[in-house]
Design a protein around this ligand. Structure first.
Ligand code: MN
Length: 274
């Protein structure tokens, strides 16, 4: 077991006791308490997932994946701000759902960690969040063409893929989900779906486990490529795209939910070989 010992928590308490005014005004807020020890294998898998998504072309120098704390649903685990292919278990930080670090130790979290915290607040069924700028997906955030499920591996997309346009509520911005309000609005648009696109930015994929989150992020990227190819063919030769129906998607996704460990083992083996 690798422990998140909250030494800084204890130190913060002592500092407050020594330096805070008698009425407590002006005292620095204490960091949130850790949700408890996390098995080393969980941290290793989260680091591996970050490397997998980089190797599979979902992440580049940017992108991040998190998991909900395995025993405390009000905490989540996520790398410090770092290129995803470089993440190791030692880079994993713990946050509360307001995205405050339990034990920063000088490390900085990702600017867009609010995507993760706000989705965990809204979605009790979600235990993994992936945010990427996965390149084939971005065009679907721009042109108003709905992303549809092209094949059974991407069956989860048959539930519908909403698009979060940050300008609708926040006007002209830097496009980043860098605060609670923007994260909450993205989570609202995602609603009960597994994937949402983010206009002129990227996408978010969620799942009930780390393996499902990785699976969905990868197959969202692959599906986007297939849909662009299918649209090219229908543009050249006519006809329409016979995507999965909602019913077919539900049936196929039920199968996928039980087989994600097979691609996971393959991707992990390749990613850890570098
Ligand atoms: Mn981003």
């Amino acid at each position: 077991m690798r422990l998140f010992n909250c030494a800084c928590h204890a130190q913060g308490f002592m500092a407050q006791a020594v330096f805070a005014p008698a009425d407590g005004a002006g005292a620095p807020p204490l960091p949130p308490a850790s949700g408890g020890a996390v098995p080393a294998s969980v941290l290793d898998d989260l680091a591996a997932a970050s490397r997998i998504l980089a190797q599979q072309g979902v992440f580049d120098a940017f992108g991040h994946i998190s998991i909900r704390h395995p025993t405390n649903p009000k905490r989540f685990l996520m790398s410090r701000s770092l290129a995803p292919a470089l993440v190791t278990a030692d880079d994993i930080m713990e946050f509360d759902l307001d995205c405050e670090a339990c034990e920063a130790r000088g490390r900085s979290g990702f600017l867009e960690r609010f995507i993760h915290g706000e989705i965990y607040k809204l979605r009790a069924d979600v235990n993994c969040v992936v945010h990427s700028h996965s390149p084939s997906v971005v065009p679907f955030s721009l042109v108003g063409a709905p992303m549809r499920a092209m094949y059974h591996n991407a069956a989860f997309l048959a539930q519908g893929v909403p698009v979060f346009d940050i300008s609708e509520k926040f006007g002209a911005t830097d496009m980043l989900v860098g605060n609670h309000a923007k994260g909450a609005e993205l989570a609202r648009v995602l609603a009960d779906k597994p994937v949402a696109l983010m206009r002129a930015h990227g996408s978010v994929a969620v799942g009930p486990s780390l393996q499902h989150g990785v699976f969905r992020a990868i197959y969202t990227e692959v599906n986007a490529r297939l849909q662009i190819q299918a649209a090219t063919l229908t543009g050249a030769f006519g006809g329409s795209i016979a995507a999965l129906s909602a019913e077919e998607g539900a049936l196929a996704d039920a199968v996928n939910l039980n087989v994600v460990s097979r691609p996971w083992e393959l991707w992990k083996e390749r990613a850890l070989k570098g």
